[in-house]
Write a new protein. Structure first.
Length: 214
């Protein structure tokens, strides 16, 4: 059974999207995170994956839609947490984080098709990282072990590791994730239909009262 796995943090002020501060406050950054998480989970819920899983740092809340399995993130460092999430999820699938709210269900369906055909999937991000990975028939611990995360060459090194493990790699389209205020502005401009764009517009107007993501 193929899955879509979302790596997520509970959207609590001071714990999420801290690179948005400044110019935003921790509360405003948390509102952006909640909006991006809602957009991401909506896309995951609407795709054709047989299982929908959230690997969560924190506690589930009313923001979690029905139909998602929840597993706790565990491990020291992102690479270890990624490997453990894949091990705990089991089986083939694709994995994204909570900060690419512009992704559409049809894109996830396409990526699932490549994994089901036996290919690994990797989507590079403009900052040198990656935003999506898809695995089938490979030990995730070997995929992530000692691959440095959050560097300008993380995506390149991750692809090298996949190929070293004998994986045929299909490149997903490049996609920007939201780390900085500039990223938030760019993603909101590219995906104006999203809750994330609505949150950005509310912040731009200075209207904190408009930051609902319901």
């Amino acid at each position: 059974m193929s899955h879509v796995l979302v790596m997520a943090k509970e959207p609590v002020a001071g714990r999420v999207k801290t690179r948005l501060c400044p110019p935003y406050t921790p509360e405003e950054a948390a509102a952006v995170a909640a909006a991006a998480l809602a957009d991401t989970l909506a896309a995951a819920a609407a795709c054709r994956a047989e299982r929908r899983i959230v690997a969560l740092a924190g506690e589930p809340g009313p923001w979690l839609p029905a139909g998602f399995e929840v597993i706790a993130q565990r491990g020291v460092g992102l690479a270890e947490r990624l490997a453990n999430a894949w091990v705990d999820a089991g089986g083939p699938g694709i994995q994204i984080a909570m900060d690419t709210p512009q992704v559409r269900p049809s894109e996830l369906d396409c990526l699932l098709g490549h994994v089901e055909a036996g290919r690994a999937v990797l989507g590079h991000a403009p900052d040198g990282g990656w935003w999506v990975i898809g695995l089938a028939g490979v030990d995730p611990r070997a995929v992530f072990d000692n691959v440095p995360m959050s560097t300008p060459i993380t995506g390149e090194l991750q692809e090298q590791r996949l190929r070293a493990l004998g994986q045929a790699v299909w490149h997903a389209p490049r996609c920007r994730d939201i780390d900085t205020a500039a990223d938030l502005a760019a993603v909101s401009a590219d995906a104006p239909w999203t809750r994330t764009a609505a949150a950005f517009c509310a912040l731009s107007r200075g209207g904190r009262q408009d930051l609902s993501v319901a």
